[in-house]
Design a binder for this molecule. Structure first.
Ligand code: AKG
Ligand code: FE2
Length: 571
């Protein structure tokens, strides 16, 4: 999977291109199918240029869909061409494709959590074939994600699409390239390493200003999943000043997610150990009076300036970009722990809360989402506004300190809330990573005396030259919250005894994510400065392709015995 850095932009994607289903790419001939062992006419996923598109056969619903794509493109062709920008066009859903949505089924399960599994199976197709009979509307939400993944597959020859991909690639390279924005491309990137990976997310990488309207429309789901559409998606193309509608596939994805959450929440509600925990109206009971006091003026007036960070109980500027304060009562920590353990004692194996953590619980899934939404709206939002909101709203407490940039702290509205658990015989540590969110609130649930080790190590911001430099180590305390930007690298050190549990809220601002400011911050070219040599604690086994090499070098510098290649070290 690893590529040399220069290689990333080496596959030019500077032209109009459309992702379509199989069979549409008529100029790509058959390929051998490694999964079935046979030959399939999988004409793959990719089409390009207006001219090429016109050659597509207007057969059946597929031709119709292509035609629609073409028309859609025609509307914005000038803009796109001027910008030299690639664009994804998603073929419309089964209502256009006929009742048989099977054309798309093979990609049903690709979500970020499953990417690894797909990779292990070489191809997701086989697995999805086994899902025959799944109603088409259940498959829909994932289709766009899948197409996003395919956009990347074009670039990664060695990944599973064999000859078909190679052919696409050579055809793409043979096409004339527009002169501007030579580094433009669409990638699915690992947020930590920025290496292309299979992923649900397509991101735009550009050199220079993004032309307005070209970037994908990205929607975060509560589960942490992301749905993506091009801004040319029919629903989003509206007259100036009009409010665009939600693209159909986003509605579908949200709908099925909400149905599932409601089902699970209702299922558990009757068996809850502490029903009061599930009532948003009771939230104030779980918060320290001094915390309530600190947020109350803002809550009643709506004026962010009325929330003063220094008034949060025992607030501490841990280091640049990281603040901690007391928040929950001991009673709440105890009750929530009991509730989690009660749920986990049931037979059903819950979904793990994040890709890296195995022994935790997504609280949104057991019916606690409304409570944490209330916590976010009524309290945390005010704090985030003052720490990670627009500069003019920044609190005096952190003024002059680095690391408190605007990341949509004033418009956080979505959250993925879960509990993590560490024990020497379970998850011992958590590899260095960045979070899938804009701002993270992390609350200790266990007493500091109940465990040893398991501190939280913080490093630099993603994309900065300090990314792998150690900044601070934080020790969790029961009821206390540590807040930081999602894109700050961090990880949990090994626990040596006892058990630690923490409550984590990954908070996102979909509004901010649609803004130019965010796009520039997130996707604009990184610093060209050479990253500083990493600190050992900030190395990520999972995300750093040079992990072994750097570890070896650091060990040599310390005069430690030579390590055997291929061995892995804990954090
Ligand atoms: O262990 C912790 O407190 C942090 C966990 C974490 O960073 C995460 O789950 O994203
Ligand atoms: Fe994290």
């Amino acid at each position: 999977m690893s590529k040399s850095p220069g290689e990333k932009g080496s596959v030019p994607l500077n032209f109009l291109h459309i992702l379509v289903g199989r069979d549409a790419f008529t100029s790509v001939t058959e390929r051998s199918d490694r999964v079935t062992g046979g030959i399939s006419a999988d004409r793959t996923l990719f089409y390009n240029t207006d001219g090429e598109l016109k050659k597509a056969p207007p057969f059946g619903t597929f031709g119709q869909a292509l035609k629609e794509c073409q028309e859609m493109f025609a509307r914005k062709a000038e803009l796109l061409k001027t910008a030299g920008v690639g664009e994804i066009c998603v073929v419309r859903g089964p209502e256009r494709m006929g009742a048989n949505g099977r054309e798309w089924r093979e990609d049903y399960s690709i979500q970020s959590n499953d990417a690894k599994e797909c990779q292990e199976q070489d191809h997701c197709w086989e697995r999805l074939d086994n899902k025959k009979g799944t109603p088409a509307d259940e498959l829909l939400p994932f289709r766009v994600m899948t197409l996003a993944k395919n956009a990347y597959v074009i670039q990664e020859r060695e990944w599973g699409w064999g000859e078909g991909c190679a052919i696409c690639r050579s055809q793409l390279q043979a096409l004339p390239q527009p002169p501007r924005y030579p580094r433009f491309g669409k990638f699915a990137l690992d947020p930590d390493t920025e290496e292309p990976v299979t992923s649900t997310v397509v991101q735009v990488d550009f050199d220079g200003d993004p032309a307005e309207g070209i970037v994908p429309y990205l929607v975060e789901l509560d589960s942490g999943g992301e749905v993506l559409a091009p801004k040319d998606t029919a629903e989003l193309v509206v007259a100036a000043g009009q409010q665009p509608a939600e693209p159909w596939h986003v509605t579908q994805a949200r709908g099925s997610e909400q149905r599932e959450l409601r089902r699970r929440g209702m299922e558990y509600a009757g068996q809850a150990k502490h029903p009061a925990l599930f009532q948003p109206s009771q939230l104030h009971r779980w918060l320290l009076p001094s915390f309530l006091e600190a947020t109350s003026a803002w809550r009643s007036s709506g004026q962010p300036e009325q929330l003063q960070i220094r008034r949060l109980p025992n607030v501490r500027l841990e280091t640049e970009g990281i603040v901690s304060f007391d928040c929950f009562t001991q009673e709440f920590c105890k009750m929530l722990l009991e509730e989690v353990l009660n749920y986990q004692a049931r037979a059903e194996v819950p979904r793990s809360p994040s890709t890296a953590s195995n022994y935790g619980l997504v609280l949104n899934e057991i019916g606690l989402k409304p409570v944490f939404s209330a916590l976010l709206e009524e309290h945390l939002l005010g704090i985030a506004t003052r720490l990670f909101g627009p500069i003019e709203l920044q609190d005096a407490f952190t003024a002059g300190s680095q690391g408190f940039e605007h990341w949509g702290g004033d418009s956080l509205s979505a959250h993925h809330t879960f509990v993590v658990r560490y024990q020497p015989d379970e998850d011992r540590s958590l590899d260095m990573h960045v979070d899938e969110c804009d701002v993270t609130f992390n609350f200790g649930l266990t007493n500091s005396d109940d465990f040893r080790g398991s501190d939280l190590a913080f490093c630099g911001m993603l994309g900065s030259e300090e990314h792998r430099k150690h900044l601070h180590t934080y020790k969790h305390r029961c009821g206390r919250c540590v807040v930081h930007l999602g894109k700050r690298r961090h990880g949990a050190l090994a626990i040596s005894s006892g058990r630690r549990m923490s409550l984590i809220m990954w908070c996102k601002s979909p509004v901010f994510r649609q803004s130019d400011e965010y796009l520039l911050r997130r996707f604009a070219p990184r610093t060209r400065k050479r990253p500083r040599s990493p600190d050992r604690v900030c190395l990520s086994h999972e995300h750093d392709s040079d992990y072994e090499e750097k570890l070896e070098r650091l060990s040599r510098q310390r005069g430690e015995p030579r390590r055997f290649r291929g061995s892995t070290a804990g954090q």
